[in-house]
Design a binder for this molecule. Structure first.
Ligand SMILES: Nc1ncnc2c1ncn2[C@@H]1O[C@H](COP(=O)(O)OP(=O)(O)O)[C@@H](O)[C@H]1O
Ligand SMILES: [Mg+2]
Length: 366
């Protein structure tokens, strides 16, 4: 005999859900995962909660209906699913996270991801619990920088919610949209989809207890930044720039975005990346190819700390491509400069926490 989906659905439509007058198909309790293989039929029934008192009787009635209306030889396998517990409201997300650090820049290509990745590695080496979220939805680079392009995080049901488990690498919990979608795909998304994806990576992931949650943000001052400040109370921003004039102008815009009275995220300080070039064979020489101390001057002018200066070094680029951030070896000259940078970030974060009230999440205006 031939069993086809409509036969099963018609049979299930004879099963009423008590008290509503609706049958279980109308009530959308039958998930569309119906599988038929010979005489074996399997599907899922969705209930509001695991303690629903009618689960047993409805499963029995569904089986009986298939036996009565389709054929009594049918082997019925019914999976019970319950609707997810809701995501906690904004403000109650990430209760175990102490400090949230947004690594930002005005301009792309100035080394924001490089700084974020190495900062995360350096903080972990100092013994802190660290998470790194690649929030650059349209240009994720963390998968490559951590040699995790094949990572496919799995989900685990925790307290009634399917939670994404961040992937651990170099002692850091890591998530990136790059683990889930092809970046070319994401560029076709409308803004709302990108924001939702980002909220999932934050609110539907099991970040657990963290001392530092580092966010690698997209360049500029986009919708993604707005989503971030509307979703998370960012402890402080670290602004990365090169000493070049165009980069500085954009860095200033980034700083102003965070300091805006509606946003009010403190600036922990600036990082001067590509501060000078030192050839490997002449380690004492410094060539200021993008201009000298532009970021240092901007920091002085805006009265924010200069957290560190990172030279242009071929190995930074190579290690970024290889997936082994330079800071893993804290003894190389560049590794040392990242360790110093991390120490400065810790110092400024502690200072900020002592002197200023916790950051408020930006209210969504409707
Ligand atoms: N200090 C540096 N020395 C050498 N190469 C660097 C340095 N900082 C960044 N890079 C390289 O520059 C490119 C852009 O850096 P990236 O961190 O991806 O920038 P962003 O995230 O701001 O777009 C990468 O290839 C990276 O390896
Ligand atoms: Mg980047």
């Amino acid at each position: 005999m031939n069993i086809y989906p409509k036969l099963i659905m018609d049979a299930l439509a004879t099963v009423r859900y008590p008290g509503t007058g609706k049958n279980i198909v109308e009530a959308e309790m039958v998930e569309d995962d119906l599988r038929i293989s010979g005489l074996h039929v399997s599907f899922s029934l969705i209930f509001d909660k695991p303690t629903n008192p009618f689960i047993k009787s409805i499963v029995k009635a569904a089986e009986a209906a298939i036996h009565a209306y389709v054929a009594k030889e049918v082997e019925v396998e019914i999976n019970i699913k319950t609707i997810q517990a809701p995501r906690p409201e904004v403000g109650k997300l990430l209760p175990g996270v102490k400090n949230i650090i947004a690594v930002s820049s005005g301009k792309g290509g100035v080394g924001k991801s490089t700084v974020a990745a190495n900062l995360a590695v350096a903080l972990a080496k100092m013994g802190f619990k660290v998470g790194l979220l690649d929030a650059d939805i349209f240009g994720p680079s963390v998968p490559k920088m951590f040699q995790m392009e094949d990572a496919r995080p799995y989900a685990e049901n925790i307290n009634g919610r399917d939670m994404i488990i961040p992937v651990e690498k170099y002692g850091i919990k890591v998530l990136s949209i790059g683990f889930f979608v092809d970046p070319d795909q994401a560029t076709l998304w409308r803004g709302g989809m990108a924001s939702n994806a980002l909220k999932q990576l934050i609110g539907d992931a099991e970040w657990g207890d963290l001392d530092y949650f580092v966010l690698d943000t997209p360049p500029g001052t986009s919708d993604i930044h707005l989503t971030l400040v509307q979703t998370l109370p960012i402890t402080g921003a670290v602004i990365v720039s090169t000493p070049q004039q165009v980069a500085l102008a954009d860095a200033r815009k980034g700083i102003n975005m965070y300091m805006n009275d509606k946003v009010n995220v403190p600036i922990l300080g600036l990082v001067e990346n590509m501060a000078w070039f030192t050839p490997a064979e002449l380690p004492e020489n410094k060539y200021y190819i993008f201009g000298k101390e532009g970021v240092k001057h901007l920091a002085e002018e805006m009265n924010v700390p200069l957290l560190g200066q990172i030279p242009v070094v071929q190995s930074i680029c190579e290690n970024g491509d290889k997936g082994t951030p330079e800071a893993l070896d804290g003894e190389t000259p560049v590794g040392k400069s990242f360790m110093k940078l991390a120490a400065a970030v810790v110092r400024q974060t502690d200072k900020r926490n002592q002197e200023q009230a916790p950051t408020h999440i930006v209210e969504v205006s409707k």
